[in-house]
Design a protein around this ligand. Structure first.
Ligand code: C5P
Length: 242
């Protein structure tokens, strides 16, 4: 069972390790989980992972692998061997790719969570139709991919909070839902469209919330993290999770 603090993953969307470290220092004990994406990982040459683990933090390595099965699985083995709690691959890489990733990571006995990315929130219905020649709604496409992720042996999905409940109900309570697009009422929406508050997101089946700008751009990030954690706790209480 994850605590309210451990369900909050702060997105370190910074170009430099120094900027990311400054935020982590400011937040101190107020957060444990951080997301590192391509920009920060590449620009810090991976060094940020080591820094976070020496600080006792847990890392969601958000590099979204997508390649042929062997190439993706070999990259996944190296991701799994780093000090990361969670990393991800694109569900659209298909069953063979995800099964191979699950098999190879299992062989090295790592306990990282391997997560499949469903429909990118930047894609509209029209984009999906044009790209995949699919008439499925975004929710049905996300659910279809979540089922594929699950039956391929991975641990959960990145999805919108709006799809988390449907995915949990279909794929089971142990199948993890990792959800960006979270906005407390007191923060700006920015460019996120299908948003939900931290409390509602937890009630609607999100296990982990990825929160960036409401915390990272706040003038008092430690306080903002504390407020998000408090909202998560409210949601957990209402959902009977604690
Ligand atoms: O600042 P904000 O809270 O919008 O940050 C959300 C984070 O989640 C960003 O790092 C963004 O890249 C990521 N993300 C997302 N939507 C997805 C997948 C990842 O917003 N579908």
């Amino acid at each position: 069972m994850y605590s309210a603090k451990d369900r909050m993953i702060i997105a370190l969307d910074f170009p430099t390790a120094d900027q990311a470290k400054e935020l982590v220092e400011k937040i101190g004990d107020g957060a444990t989980f951080y997301k590192v994406g391509l920009e920060l990982f590449l620009n810090s040459k991976g060094e940020i992972i080591e820094y976070l683990s020496t600080k006792g933090k847990k890392v969601f390595l958000d590099l979204k692998f997508h390649d042929i099965p062997n190439t993706t699985a070999m990259a996944s083995v190296f991701a799994a061997k780093q000090n990361v709690f969670m990393f991800n691959v694109h569900a659209s890489g298909g069953r063979k790719m995800m099964t191979k990733v699950a098999e190879e990571v299992k062989k090295i006995n790592q306990d990282n969570l391997v997560i499949g990315v469903t429909v990118l929130t930047s894609l509209s219905v029209e984009d999906v139709e044009e790209t995949f020649q699919s008439k499925l709604s975004l929710a049905d496409l996300a659910l279809n991919w979540a089922k594929l992720v699950k039956t391929s042996g991975l641990d959960g999905v990145v999805c919108s909070p709006w799809e988390a409940k449907l995915i949990k109900d279909t794929c089971g309570k142990d199948f993890k839902t990792v959800c960006p697009g979270v906005r407390p009422k007191w923060s700006a929406t920015n460019d996120q469209e299908r948003i939900m508050t931290p409390k509602d997101a937890i009630i609607n089946g999100c296990d982990f919330l990825v929160v960036g700008r409401p915390i990272t751009k706040n003038e008092d990030p430690a306080k903002a993290a504390q407020m998000v954690e408090a909202e998560i706790l409210e949601g957990m209480k209402e959902a009977g999770l604690c």
